[in-house]
Write a protein that binds this ligand. Structure first.
Ligand code: SAM
Ligand code: DTB
Ligand code: SF4
Length: 340
């Protein structure tokens, strides 16, 4: 079989995909998706904000920037018991990964040591761990690796061309450098972006080219729809056509066929039909639980009902999958013996 992962996409090729008739695009994405994944399984992660607000970056979309006049209440780094309780609850509801986010531009080693303890605690509950803490130095990335961290989330957010319209306190290259440090340590990379910030289709193509042409594709690619927060510069931006969102999910699937594509922020503003189209376009991961970091996500019950209506299932943890495989091979041996 030919290798389906490429790292040499041109902007024109990607724009060509985004321009395809909707049915042709979804057919291509769904076909590739089926070759790599069970199309009816969705990986679910639950988020927790472990340090909220007062961030020194000026991201135009974010409720947590100190530069944005939002109503958010700032909170110091959470006590470990609170993190443990939230992770346990997420596990009981069926999440297999727990993602902890902090509103930091970068962090002190002292704070990072506390995050390391949180990672160990969540890991001991039998969940996969993910953190998103802003920029990292080499030694900090190494500390996270030694703590056994599974994923680090660090989004490129948009195209290099549009980036300056959204953030001015860091550069695109800063983001790429942190991603390289995470890779270097062998931590799984979670990196994607936000749509609906007033960017053009070409910008969406350009962001996807950056992600798809990384030396190794991110294992997880979150595609967020902008959650418009009052008091942020991007509040009031014209809403993106939901079909354009679905198209971008489909092209993400085509460019990075082996990656998990995550339907991320913005689901509360989407109807069930749009979400179903996203799953058809190749999304196979999402945030689950009523809260994202500082804004709302659909109720867990509503998501379970939607999954039931669509015949979708939560993907089990890797541990459970391994047990299933073991049972499956034992069953095959037994059947072979019975029929011989
Ligand atoms: N401070 C860290 C950072 O910026 O990498 C981690 C937390 S930050 C909130 C994680 C990601 O959430 C951002 O990179 C952005 O893609 C996404 N995000 C933040 N606010 C959002 C919003 N209002 N709508 C959609 N996505 C958002
Ligand atoms: C990602 O791409 N989206 C998540 C997670 N990675 C960290 C965060 C979404 C945040 C939405 C706005 C909020 O709740 O503050
Ligand atoms: Fe800070 Fe992250 Fe929000 Fe930017 S996105 S303001 S870095 S918390």
């Amino acid at each position: 079989m030919t290798d389906v992962t490429r790292h040499d996409w041109s902007l024109e090729e990607i724009e060509g995909l985004l321009d395809l008739p909707f049915n042709d695009l979804l057919y291509r994405a769904q076909t590739l998706h089926r070759e790599q994944f069970d199309p009816n399984r969705v990986q679910v992660s639950t988020l927790l904000s472990i340090k909220t607000g007062a961030c020194s970056e000026d991201c135009g979309y974010c409720s947590q920037s100190a530069k944005n006049a939002t109503e958010l209440e700032r909170e110091k780094l959470l006590p470990i018991e609170e993190v443990q309780r939230a992770a346990q609850e997420a596990k009981e509801k069926g999440a297999t990964r727990f993602c902890m986010g902090a509103a930091w531009r970068n962090q002190t080693d002292k704070n990072l040591q506390r995050v390391v303890e949180m990672i160990r605690t969540v890991h001991d509950l039998g969940m996969e761990t993910c953190v998103t803490l802003g920029m990292l130095s080499d030694s900090q990335a190494q500390m996270l690796k030694e703590a056994g961290l599974d994923y680090y989330n660090h989004n490129l957010d948009t195209s290099p061309e549009f980036y300056g319209n959204v953030v001015t306190t860091r550069t695109y290259q800063d983001r790429l450098d942190t991603l390289a440090r995470i890779r270097e340590q062998g931590i799984n990379v979670c990196s994607g972006g936000i749509l609906g910030m007033g960017e053009s289709r070409r910008d969406r193509a350009s962001m996807l080219r950056e992600l798809a042409n990384l030396p190794k594709h991110p294992e997880s690619v979150p595609i967020n729809m902008l959650v418009q927060v009052e008091g942020t510069p991007l509040y009031g931006t014209e809403a993106l056509d939901p079909f354009e969102f679905v198209r971008t999910v489909a092209v993400t699937r085509i460019l990075m066929p082996k990656s998990y594509v995550r339907l991320s922020a913005g689901r509360t503003g989407m109807n069930d039909q749009t979400q179903a189209l996203c799953f058809m376009a190749g999304a196979n991961s999402m945030f689950y639980g009523e809260r994202l970091l500082t804004t709302d996500n659909p109720e867990a019950d509503a998501d379970r009902k939607l999954f039931q209506r669509l015949g979708l299932h939560f993907e089990e943890s890797l541990e459970l999958q391994a047990t299933e495989k073991e049972c499956d091979s034992k069953r095959k041996v037994r059947l072979a013996a019975e029929f011989s």
